[in-house]
Design a protein around this ligand. Structure first.
Ligand SMILES: *Cc1c(COP(=O)(O)O)cnc(C)c1O
Length: 478
């Protein structure tokens, strides 16, 4: 399959590993006594240089944001400044055991405390917990908080409203927490259908979960009205703020009427991610919801930081220790490096880059929602020559040196291609992406067979997607 690669096993040759430990004075080291060896591992015999070259080659097989533009919509695959990794690699942090007593963890506690405060300043929320390990985990924590809020109020509300454009994790988190999902349609502009929302409101509705900006990359123009409708009925307004890139430093979700939200540190606040981790999905809440936050919370008294567990209304613990600390360090460094004005520029450049691409591409590709976008926009394969589909466009982009955009999401756009360039790409790179997309469209006319066979230049060529999902081959067999 990976024709350009040998496995480490094929490099094996008995006696190749000549690694020796020098003698210490007169004494030579005994081999490990037989009774301490738990099992005989079937390890390969290779030299150090074989190992280094093997893993160096492996590391170049995947496409990453350090290889090229990665316009994966709704994932905010921005370039992550290396200083964030440098800070997260400091042995003062990596060497600290998470069970270290508070007196000896003041630095780590201070960073978490200050990061929470920064997130409060950015979002307008009163309090943040950094415990959830990902966006979806944050959602679940948030929904647990919503549940607890109504439980303590003595209200039985079992419905949460979610627009049809939502990320799949939203209904999943809601269902996991025992609520019923009610879907609210979008109108032809891509905003929430206000009449449908009004019709859905009753005393069973606990909350609405809205992605802001939504997954079409649009800012819902009725957001204040939506907040009013929910609050009039005693319901809460949850913001899926996984992608805050378009509004960070520009508008605070709490000012729009949101009561609770999660943000993905591994999207907006810079952490290399993909393949399911690592991540951090902090939850922020307004004052009324703060008693329900998970324990422990980090408090500060007389210049000392400490962990507070005595919170009788808390939903409890949602993660071992305090969450994914190294991700927090990257976000902390990122925010401190940019400052308030830098963060504002992130949003401005992200939005300008997305709109630049949108305008350039809309003359060649169908744009279902013809509006100014935020950090991303959605085109599709409608009208592509030769029956070429989104999947084929996406695969071919790899041959041009670009990762594919997000495809077939959101579900409300047929054959969706969701493009998010982020703020970290130059105009030259954006232009090259447009050229690649236009070249692919021309190939659809002139050479559709190439598109059907693509990608042609990657270590692994086109795979049978259904077979790969149903019967994944996870083990190398000669
Ligand atoms: C990425 C994303 C999520 C989920 O975040 P994970 O960290 O992958 O669990 C939720 N909602 C939206 C809108 C997202 O883009």
């Amino acid at each position: 399959m990976v024709s350009t690669m040998q496995t480490i096993f094929s490099l094996h040759k008995k006696g190749k590993n000549k690694y020796t430990v020098p003698q210490f004075g007169e004494k030579s080291f005994d081999p490990i006594p037989e009774h301490l060896c738990r099992s005989k591992l079937d390890l390969v015999d290779v030299s150090e240089v074989d190992v280094v070259r093997h893993y160096r080659k492996l590391s170049s097989l995947n496409f990453g944001v350090d290889n090229g533009m990665y316009p994966l919509g709704s994932c905010t695959m921005k370039y992550n400044p290396k200083i964030n990794d440098a800070v997260a690699s400091l042995v003062q942090f990596t060497g600290q055991h998470p069970a270290t007593i508070e007196e000896l963890s003041q630095g780590a506690l201070q960073i978490m405390y200050e990061l929470s405060q920064m997130l409060c300043a950015i979002t307008g929320m009163k309090r943040f917990t950094l415990m959830p390990a990902a966006g979806a985990h944050g959602e679940l924590t948030g929904v647990m908080i919503i549940k607890k809020y109504f439980e303590i109020k003595g209200e039985r509300r079992n419905v949460i409203l979610i627009p049809d454009s939502a990320h799949g994790t939203n209904p999943a988190s809601v269902a996991m927490c025992g609520f019923t999902v009610k879907e609210i349609p979008s109108n032809s502009d891509g905003d929430v259908d206000i009449d449908a929302l009004r019709a859905a409101m009753d005393e069973n509705v606990a909350a609405m979960m809205l992605t802001c900006p939504n997954t079409l990359g649009l800012f819902d123009r009725n957001i204040i009205t939506i907040a009013e409708i929910l609050h009039t009925h005693g319901a809460l307004f949850y913001c899926d703020g996984a992608n805050l890139n378009a509004i960070v430093g520009k508008v605070r979700p709490a000012d729009l009427g949101f009561d609770i939200m999660h943000v993905n540190l591994h999207k907006t606040f810079s952490t290399p991610h993909g393949g399911g981790g690592p991540g951090s999905g902090p939850i922020g809440v307004v004052e009324t919801l703060s008693p329900f936050m998970p324990v422990p919370v980090i408090e500060k008294k007389d210049a000392q930081y400490y962990l507070e567990y005595n919170r009788p209304q808390s939903i409890g613990r949602v993660h071992s220790f305090y969450g994914n600390f190294l991700i927090m360090l990257r976000a902390y460094t990122y925010i401190r490096m940019l400052g308030a004005s830098g963060l504002k520029q992130v949003a401005e450049h992200a939005v300008v880059n997305a709109n630049y691409l949108r305008v350039k591409l809309q003359t060649h590709f169908n744009l279902p929602y013809k509006r100014i976008c935020m950090h991303e926009f959605v085109i599709n394969d409608e009208g592509m020559p030769g029956g070429i589909t989104t999947n084929e466009i996406a695969k071919r982009l790899l041959d041009y040196g670009f990762h594919a955009p997000t495809v077939y999401f959101p579900l409300i756009v047929h054959g969706a291609i969701m493009v998010e360039p982020t703020e970290t790409e130059h105009k030259e790179t954006l232009d090259a992406f447009v050229d690649a997309m236009v070249a692919i469209k021309n190939e659809a006319h002139t050479n559709p067979e190439v598109l059907k066979a693509a990608p042609l230049t990657t270590p692994v060529r086109k795979v049978d997607a259904v077979l790969a999902a149903r019967k994944p081959v996870l083990q190398w067999e000669e």
